[in-house]
Design a protein around this ligand. Structure first.
Ligand SMILES: [Zn+2]
Length: 315
């Protein structure tokens, strides 16, 4: 907690925007959308994927609770006006919302977004329980190994770990307590999940970070969205790239998620994008890209047929 307070005081001194990395930022040029998977970054670890009139959300979070409220253990709640602002960029009826774990920066807004869009929640048992206690009408509790086909999306649920912050996973009580979650600490991590999403003959792997103890599966993907908020994530980057052999690498969860989205992208104080860049260059696998908030980008289809065949490697 003391550390969080220190962060509150120093966070503005560290941040830098995407300006230095403009050559890495991809976005579609204006015009009618082409036929493919469109990826829109929503900030933190939030994404919308769109294909042929269908949409899928991962970890949508617009409220951007301030760090002081988190550090002091004050009551936090979804910010209706910021959620409405965010939803203006999204499809009106997403097929589902996937949630990687129960922390507030992944799950806090989900019950509100579910009520507004009628999207179905897919998350771990404890995250579904938290969402229900916060007002969600339903939820599909899944575990690693589960597969869901929803519209055009084939969603495989994979095991994941959560980065440690100074030796421990934040807000990691073993079992959720009863009642409506009110403080940041009530939004417990639960079992972290990763997802492998297949659509249009393309594969997208997404997690919110992790440790070297749990690497992604040994499967080629078109796009790897890898959480990179903290040192543990960076320590497993080389191993993750070796296994996924992604065509495109999108480091995620790098922005300062305590600042409102309207303030623009700023790297979080514990990120180290220079190291991420070096690691990717050393691995020489895939093209490193960045996305700016709410600027959609179409994931190009692979010219190389190895990405379009079933992958027979085992992990
Ligand atoms: Zn988390």
């Amino acid at each position: 907690m003391r550390f969080l307070l220190l962060l509150t005081l120093t966070t503005n001194a560290f941040g830098a925007g995407l300006g230095s990395y403009v050559h890495l930022v991809v976005a579609d040029s204006p015009g009618p959308p082409r036929n493919g998977v469109r990826v829109t970054y929503l900030g933190t670890n939030g994404y919308q994927f769109e294909f042929k009139g269908h949409a899928l959300l991962v970890d949508p979070y617009f409220s951007r609770v301030d760090l002081l409220s988190v550090a002091l253990g004050s009551r936090i709640q979804p910010n209706a006006s910021r959620i409405n602002d965010g939803l203006r960029y999204l499809a009106s009826n997403p097929d589902a919302i996937l949630v990687t774990h129960g922390h507030f920066d992944h799950l806090l807004d989900v019950p509100t977004i579910m009520a507004k869009t009628r999207a179905r929640l897919i998350a771990s048992g404890s995250s579904v329980d938290l969402a229900r206690r916060a007002g969600a009408a339903s939820g599909d509790a899944v575990r690693p190994g589960y597969v869901r086909q929803i519209g055009p999306w084939k969603i495989r649920v994979l095991p994941a770990t959560h980065d440690r912050l100074f030796g421990q996973v934040p807000f990691d009580r073993p079992a959720p307590q009863a009642g409506v979650p009110r403080r940041a600490a009530d939004w417990i991590c639960g079992e972290p999940l990763a997802f492998l999403i297949e659509v249009n003959g393309q594969r997208i792997y997404i997690d919110s970070g992790g440790t070297p103890a749990q690497l992604p599966p040994n499967e080629c993907v078109d796009l790897a969205i890898l959480g990179m908020a903290l040192p543990d994530s960076r320590a497993r980057l080389a191993g993750a790239l070796e296994r996924l052999q992604p065509r495109y690498i999108l480091p995620s969860h790098q922005d300062d998620f305590f600042r409102p989205l309207s303030a623009g992208f700023q790297f979080g104080p514990l990120t180290d994008f220079a190291r991420v860049q070096r690691e990717c260059a050393q691995q020489n696998r895939g093209r490193l890209i960045l996305l700016n908030y709410f600027r959609p980008w179409m994931l190009p289809k692979a010219a190389n047929p190895k990405f379009q065949k079933p992958n027979l490697k085992t992990s």
